[in-house]
Design a protein around this ligand. Sequence first.
Ligand SMILES: [Zn+2]
Ligand SMILES: [Zn+2]
Length: 365
Amino acid sequence: MTTCRAPVFVGPNLPLEIREFDLPTLKEGEILVKMRLAGICGTDVHVWQNPKSPSPVIFGHENVGQIVSGAEIRKFDSVGQEIKNGDLVLFDGKAPCGSCHTCVVARAPTLCERGVHYGFGVISEPPYLRGGYGEYVHLVPTAGLVKASESVPPERCMLAMIGVHANVSGFERMGGIRPGDTVVVQGSGPIGLGAVVVSRMSGAGRIVCIGAPRFRLEVAKELGADEIIDLDEARTQEERVRRVRELTSARGADVVVEASGAASAVDEGIRMTAIGGKYLVLGQATDSGTQPINPYFITHGQLSVFGSWASEPRHWLKAMRIVSEGKVPTGKLITHRFSMRNATEGLRTVSRLESVIAVIQHDPG
Ligand SMILES: [Zn+2]
Ligand SMILES: [Zn+2]
């Protein structure tokens, strides 16, 4: 086979268009991956619906696939494990350049100024294969990849790359949580559910998850949330803050994780954080504009506020360990699977909040 197909974003709200591409000849250090699973992320839906989004783009930045070729030269993944063609690997949406100011001086490679994007960015030149919704992805030599343990099935690897990895990274940035800490998670999408999982595995005391729709909160409970606050019942900020205080001996939570993506959640979150507590803002992946916050609560509460963007290969490795332990009941997390041809329906499903996690599932083999 010398060609492959990918669903391509060609304009706001338009159906993704299946296009054919040549399979590239690899240069030294490059890797060709045959995709197995790609997460259909809320960010994809935002880009798909945004009238300002440039195109064409192949979506897919939460990826699990199998190395087809290139491992015989590259030999190792990004965390020192030996790789060979045929291995299952995890990778995300960014290959940092490793030499810009942000990579080297700020040491924030997830925000690299120059690198190659996967699942984002216009595909303007060969080899074009830059997103996991497509059958194949071409990885440049600087792209991070982590080999999956042989015992871990692709679905669990996928869960490591959706939600859990971002929390492993964010928790590291804020210096983790202490055993017994109370945690409030704002949001019950993949990042919020990942926050519940990582909090539970980090030894949290009581975990409260705030979100909607109800079926996602039920999943949050199965993953380890002790209490849920349903946005369809507690409709105002005052009600939700009061409820959190009731559940935390009136003090608020030691740690609050913002995973909802709603800009208005930030003012609410700092009001839920206990004196001396930490507020981790993970969910604001798109710029949804300015919202008022009352900074008095940050000063008076002596809060530590952290932001975290994406994750690095070491976080994927740890996320995979967390979901592969068998302690996390992951069975009900992937609720919707779409073929590449039905990717547009996948975007619609995620936009209607019908799924817990939805994926593009490629044919194995
Ligand atoms: Zn994403
Ligand atoms: Zn860089």
